[in-house]
Design a protein around this ligand. Structure first.
Ligand code: ADP
Ligand code: MG
Ligand code: MG
Length: 257
């Protein structure tokens, strides 16, 4: 079974320390919710896992099945099976979703493929894409649109779900937009994640929407405060924080921020 292991992780943006010693182990098949007030460092953790160049690891380690993730370039991390859905995904005008997905899927399934080598055969890819989209009740027309170009919040979410379904990563970090998703879009995303089979991945869900967790009850909930995970619990911790906010956490850890 696969395991993503983060130990004593310190991350800075410029010379500002953001993460100050994060330990987190995600086993394949587990869903972890990551919560915490705005600015506590949740997105920073996701971006550091993906190797975003603006986020400098100054200490600690990240490994995937014992392999040093920090030694991998961002695209190698993706090929190794780590996926991240960004809070504000980049638009790629001129590149259709289907073409983007065919490249990305090939890279993940054939991690040794060199630039310019064959992609998965079109016929095979089309068939799979069609099946996955039907399963997710998505209109195939959606795959002909340019990646994230003028997408609504709900459409970005659907694009992300479709990527998850096609790429079948070992581990996925889902960083939720703080706004722009209506209740229906969140429910649909939530059901879709469950549909894809969350048990086939390790999931780290950064969310402010308790609805996203309804169909995906987390085995573990972590609370980040001031760049550290100050508390870990089960799904009842997520429910408590959604209900009552972070006052209890802040007063329990007055020196964390
Ligand atoms: P969260 O996702 O929990 O809201 P972030 O990880 O986005 O928190 O941010 C944590 C802290 O790091 C904040 O103080 C934020 O201002 C700072 N930070 C994150 N990314 C950048 C950046 N690219 N440039 C400057 N500061 C950043
Ligand atoms: Mg934020
Ligand atoms: Mg964030």
């Amino acid at each position: 079974t696969h395991v993503l292991k983060i130990e004593g992780l310190h991350v800075s943006v410029g010379d500002k320390p953001i993460l100050r010693g994060v330990d987190l182990t995600i086993n394949h098949g587990e869903t972890h919710a990551l919560m915490g007030p705005n600015g506590s460092g949740k997105s920073t953790l996701g971006l550091a896992i993906m190797g975003h160049p603006g986020y400098t690891v100054t200490g600690g380690s990240i490994s995937l099945d014992g392999e040093d993730v920090l030694a991998m370039a961002p695209d190698e991390r993706a090929r190794a099976g780590i996926f991240m859905a960004f809070q504000r995904p980049m638009a790629i005008p001129g590149v259709k979703m289907a073409d983007f997905l065919r490249h990305a899927t090939t890279n993940v399934r054939r991690p040794d493929r060199k630039e310019g080598e064959e992609l998965i055969p079109m016929r095979e890819f089309r068939k799979e894409l069609k099946e996955k989209m039907a399963h997710l009740r998505m209109d195939t027309e959606f795959a002909r649109r340019y990646v994230n170009d003028g997408f609504s919040g709900g459409e970005m979410k659907r694009a992300e779900i479709l990527q998850l379904a096609m790429l079948q990563p070992k581990f996925a970090v889902l960083d939720e937009t703080d706004s722009g998703l209506d209740a229906d879009a969140v429910r649909l995303a939530s059901e879709s994640i469950a549909d894809i089979g969350r048990e086939k991945m390790g999931l780290l869900i950064i969310t402010h929407h308790d609805k996203l967790l309804v169909h995906n009850p987390p085995e573990f909930t972590h609370v980040m405060l001031g760049g550290r995970l100050v508390e870990t619990g089960g799904k009842e911790l997520a429910a408590e924080l959604h209900e009552s906010g972070y006052d209890r956490i802040r007063s329990a850890y007055p020196d964390a921020e």
